[in-house]
Design a protein around this ligand. Structure first.
Ligand code: FEO
Length: 411
């Protein structure tokens, strides 16, 4: 490892270049990657992020060659995924005076992952600052970019943003700065965005709010190039790539209901979809002509089908509609099952199975987790009894937002 890369006064790169074809998020990083950690040799020396868990001991040795680890006051962990927090256990074992700085959600994750229950943690919230002796760190929470606990760190005096995964590239570069790359890094930058950040593009809007008023002269991410040549261009790319690019999308929601709880779910789905700009029609299958419902489904880009459960099955006319769907070409449409239930909610699963027999792309929790890592978006959408309380309503909104984001992006 090269220990002489200074990125600003008293700020040093202390990372690891991994030039293997690294397996990552079910991709193989053909160009490898880097794990960029930064040592700020201030009055209260601070390490920002670490390296992949595989290189933890090597990382701790590197830091020890740059500073007496007992002098380290803070270790900032922006994101707990082990390619950045993986060196924490080895470093913390030597930096026994260091306080670990992270969001509240990150604390139990780090404690459990690295057996750090006895260590001092400093929980920071959005907008908090920390004096590290000659420099000031400002923290902004950026949840779901790309995991819930994520934050970014900004060094006020040097105008450097340390955003961990965000604004990264997966390239095992030896020339760390973008203006020393010898080629245009834009495609690598966009490729990283598409693979890692875009599934969470809704939350890039939060990021844009967070960085809007910051004077950023350099972005020092935790993979690949450090950006200093045209920082606003890269922020602008995130802004433009994360925006909706499709218009005129439609949804059809079809349901049957016993005590109006599934109807309430249908209406909450409609409200969220409409708010996202999706033109949405809602149909009670027991009160509407089947021909009208089927016409609405044919013209829709997303189809939600729900029922209350009675005696382990759907109720009313819904099965007639579902049987019709099996005879239709519905290619290209998204679909999801939903419903309110009191005990087991079998009807929701029966609907899900019906939808899977069509040629629509049926949303499932398993696919969401595998494709995005999100655990707060669940399909089928199941709510026990009334969807009135905020947590249940939020669950419905998360599902509607997820489908909306799929419909409204062409990337
Ligand atoms: Fe580079 Fe989310 O880890």
């Amino acid at each position: 490892m090269n220990t002489n890369i200074q990125i600003a006064k008293d700020i040093y790169w202390a990372g690891k270049i991994d030039d293997r074809e690294v397996p990552f998020h079910r991709l193989v990083l053909a160009k490898g990657t880097t794990y960029n950690s930064y040592l700020l040799k201030t009055g209260k020396p601070t390490v920002i992020d670490t390296v992949d868990i595989e290189f933890g001991r090597e990382f701790a040795e590197l830091i020890s060659s740059m500073i007496d680890p007992l002098d380290i006051a803070y270790i900032v962990i922006n994101h707990t995924e082990p390619d950045h927090s993986g060196g924490l256990a080895a470093l913390a074992a030597q930096a026994t005076n260091a306080t670990i700085v992270c969001t509240e959600i990150a604390v139990p994750e780090l404690q459990e992952m690295y057996k750090l229950h006895g260590r001092n943690f400093l929980i920071v919230k959005d907008g908090d600052t920390l004096d590290i002796g000659g420099k000031t760190l400002l923290f902004k929470e950026t949840p779901y970019l790309h995991t819930e606990e994520t934050m970014i760190t900004y060094c006020v005096e040097d105008k450097i943003l340390f955003p961990c995964d965000i604004f990264s590239t997966h390239v095992a570069v030896k020339q760390l700065f973008d203006d020393e790359a010898g080629f245009d890094i834009t495609e690598d930058f966009k490729g990283y965005y598409s693979a890692i950040i875009h599934p969470h593009r809704r939350y890039v809007r939060t990021l844009m709010d967070a960085v809007r008023d910051l004077d950023i002269q350099m972005i020092a991410p935790s993979h690949g190039f450090i950006l200093r040549e045209d920082v606003r261009k890269y922020i602008g790319l995130y802004d433009s790539m994360s925006r909706d690019t499709m218009q005129g999308k439609k949804a059809a929601i079809v349901y049957t209901t016993i005590k109006n709880n599934t109807k309430k779910m249908a209406n909450l789905l409609r409200d969220a979809l409409t708010e996202n700009g999706i033109e949405t029609e809602v149909w009670d299958a027991d009160k509407s002509p089947a021909a009208d419902i089927l016409a609405s489904i044919i013209s829709a880009d997303a189809v939600f089908v729900g029922s209350s459960t009675r005696y382990a099955d759907m109720i009313g006319n819904l099965e007639t509609i579902l049987k019709e769907l099996l005879t239709m070409n519905l290619e290209g449409k998204l679909a999801a099952a939903f419903g309110s239930y009191g005990w087991s909610g079998e009807a929701i699963e029966v609907i899900h199975d019906y939808l899977k027999q069509t040629n629509m792309t049926v949303q499932s929790t398993s696919d969401v987790i595998k494709s995005t890592g999100m655990t707060h978006v669940e399909f089928p959408i199941r709510v026990r009894f009334s969807p009135k309380d905020a947590e249940k309503a939020q669950k419905i909104k998360h599902a509607a937002d997820f489908v909306s984001d799929l419909l409204l992006s062409s990337l």
